[in-house]
Design a protein. Structure first.
Length: 324
């Protein structure tokens, strides 16, 4: 019996969320008195694979086939399930990212496992039962889900569990499971990434703006604040619909759900659809000139004021603080 953790990477480099899930899996394994095996699919440098031991993995299964160099949902699910059976793992942990949300239910189906997606805390363990706190109703609430099946799959929300470094290196082992041809019928040929930006799902700080900015010509003010904070930029749905910002920056129930440590909303009223996608943020700061804006009801901190006056002063203060 052991814990298996699937670690995502982008072009051969592990995401922060990969280290989070290894730390999370290690914490579960410690509660169970067992060990953690990590699984990497695609081409990752051997030194980076071994470095997963720094976060608690004792062994890494490396699947480096060129057939799966790019993410293929069905094929990856087959590999993760095969790795679980190979190691005798009864718990599979992965990140609840865009890829993980499609992968987790497929892995659970292949293993006949119980599934808890959107986990936000370490589970409670009572014998063979896991009780997992997870987000529910598009992030507007939390639910306690009991997993009682012999096999269990847990998908952890990004930025929900701290990194725990403990030193050491993991043993790397080549793993070559059979991948049915049917799993490779839909293959990604090419990906175009915005390599110069912090991606929204992985961002620890997000600066977001809405129609209160009045037009796309005013967005440099938002980008300057984001640069000062090392943050990703985002927007509300009306802004992306109007073409002011790309749809890849739209956060909310119908866009990208985010869970950063800090979410700054500027000129966004706080419609329920937007709140559903950002309510998992640890700290929410709202800047709006309307004191009755719904967003203030869920904000940890609020500034009632004109964004065109508040944001430049906030940016200047942050730059001065960092300069000192």
């Amino acid at each position: 019996m052991s814990v298996l953790v699937y670690t995502e990477h982008t072009e051969g480099k592990f995401k922060k969320s990969a280290y989070e899930v290894v730390s999370y899996a290690k914490a579960i394994a410690d509660l169970m008195g067992t060990s953690v095996t990590a699984l990497s699919i695609g081409n990752v440098d051997a030194a980076d694979l071994a470095a997963l031991g720094n976060y608690g993995a004792t062994k890494v299964l490396d699947v480096s086939s060129d057939k799966v160099a790019q993410f293929i949902n069905q094929a990856y699910a087959t590999i993760v399930a095969a790795a679980a059976e190979h190691t005798g793992a009864t718990i599979v942990v992965l990140s609840n990212t865009f890829s993980g949300k499609g992968l987790a239910p497929r892995v659970a189906a292949k293993l006949g496992a119980a599934l808890a997606d959107g986990a936000v805390e370490l589970p409670q363990i009572d014998g063979d039962k896991l009780t997992v706190k997870k987000t529910a109703f598009s992030g507007k609430a939390f639910a306690l889900t009991e997993l009682t099946a012999a096999n269990k799959v847990v998908a952890l929300n990004p930025n929900s569990f701290e990194l725990r470094e403990m030193g050491g290196h993991a043993d790397v082992e080549t793993f070559s499971p059979d991948i049915p041809a049917d799993d490779l019928r839909a293959v990604i040929q090419d990906l175009v990434r915005a390599a110069d930006k912090v991606t929204l799902p992985d961002a620890e700080i997000v600066v977001s703006a809405g129609r209160g900015l009045k037009g796309p010509e005013n967005w440099p003010m938002i980008e300057e604040l984001a640069d000062a904070l090392g943050a990703a930029t985002a927007c509300s749905k009306p802004v992306s619909d109007a073409g002011w910002r790309p749809h890849s920056e739209h956060v909310g129930q119908t866009g990208i759900a985010v869970s950063p440590n800090l979410y700054i909303a500027i000129g966004i009223s706080g419609a329920i659809q937007h709140l559903a996608g950002v309510s998992a943020s640890k700290t929410i700061v709202v800047i709006n000139k309307d004191p009755e804006a719904p967003f203030f009801k869920v904000a940890d901190y609020g500034i009632v004021g004109d964004a065109f006056e508040v944001v430049p002063k906030l940016t200047a203060a942050i730059k001065a603080y960092k300069g000192n």
